[in-house]
Design a protein around this ligand. Structure first.
Ligand code: ATR
Length: 294
């Protein structure tokens, strides 16, 4: 049955607030989840210009919206308009999920918890591990928090611009009272202690349509990697992933992170637990969808 035929007087509304939002896969995640979990909820995109962020949050509350996801460029800007903050999201300083509470919304960061869940589902451990993180932009910053929060031994944060890596390392180390994030220049991977690493690719290099690009092309780098996790999921196999595999490592793309950030948000809004079989069904839908658009 068409989802629209099920909408009635009791349907709850959630959505994605960003600018732009037309490319999003989140409606597929949430509307399929609502159907499979038998919940009367719909999820729609809301393009919100930067100067409208506070009005949008107040309007969403007035319209009784159950929750919102937040994407670029509003992940920090929304914080000022929230009633409450989850402790971890407050430390990260970025929010991608708003949950309705009395008098407003509470901000969470399910990008981070979703990535952790995605890694666990691939049997990738963080605790006590030595990790290489490529990039120091918005996405990589959340990964640095995730790694430090879940007990990584060391995170070598490699970035083209060293001072950005230094800033992120300082922020994370001081917010979580750790000293595990070590900032480095991208080319300094040659000086890393001889070990096998989990590497998380958090730069925008290799993203569609620049599918032939990789931030590091030296095979000597990839030979140090046992597992490579790219946050990019379009293309489904990035150059970074191809190099990891060529060097004998295991490579994953970021589609499961997208999936689980959505599932974490859905569970917060509906106070439910999504069974793994349903998660995998949604994952297959997402895989199909990304292949169509490639
Ligand atoms: P996002 O929100 O996707 O993280 P971002 O905040 O603009 O986007 O960050 C992009 C990241 O990709 C940064 O780490 C950036 O490196 P710089 O801090 O040096 O700019 C990295 N990046 C983008 N293009 C790159 C390139 N051609 N070579 C190396 N790193 C690049």
């Amino acid at each position: 049955m068409d989802t629209r035929e099920k909408i009635n007087g009791k349907t709850r509304v959630c959505g994605l607030m960003g600018y732009p939002v037309a490319h999003t896969l989140s409606p597929i995640i949430h509307n399929t989840l609502a159907e499979k979990m038998n919940l009367n909820m719909v999820y729609v995109p809301f393009p919100v210009a930067p100067e409208q962020v506070n009005h949008a949050i107040a309007g969403a509350y007035a319209l009784d919206l159950l929750g919102l996801n937040v994407t670029v460029p509003h992940k920090s800007a929304v914080i000022a308009g929230l009633k409450e903050m989850d402790e971890l999201a407050a430390k990260i300083g970025a929010v991608n999920t708003l949950v309705r509470v009395p008098g407003g919304y509470k901000g969470y960061n399910t990008d981070m918890t979703g990535l952790y869940r995605a890694l666990l589902s691939e049997q990738i451990q963080i605790r006590e591990k030595q990790i290489i993180l490529l990039g120091a932009g918005g996405a990589a910053r959340a990964v640095a928090f995730m790694c430090a929060y879940y007990g990584a031994r060391k995170v070598y944060l490699l970035n083209r611009t060293l001072d950005k890596a230094q800033r992120v390392a300082e922020e994370v180390n001081s917010a979580l009272s750790v000293d595990c994030i070590v900032p480095m220049r991208m080319e300094d991977y040659k000086n890393l202690p001889e070990e096998k690493y989990l590497a998380i690719q958090g730069t925008s290099v290799g993203l569609y349509p620049n599918v032939e690009d990789a931030v590091i092309r030296d095979m000597a780098f990839y030979e140090r990697i046992h597992t490579g996790y790219d946050l990019i999921y379009k293309p489904a196999k990035t150059m970074f992933m191809k190099y990891v595999e060529q060097a004998g490592g295991i490579a994953c793309n970021g589609l499961k992170m997208l999936l689980y950030q959505g599932i974490d948000a859905f569970e917060l809004w509906n106070q439910c637990k999504v069974p793994e079989e349903i998660a995998m069904e949604i994952y297959q839908r997402l895989e199909k969808e990304t292949r169509i658009h490639e």
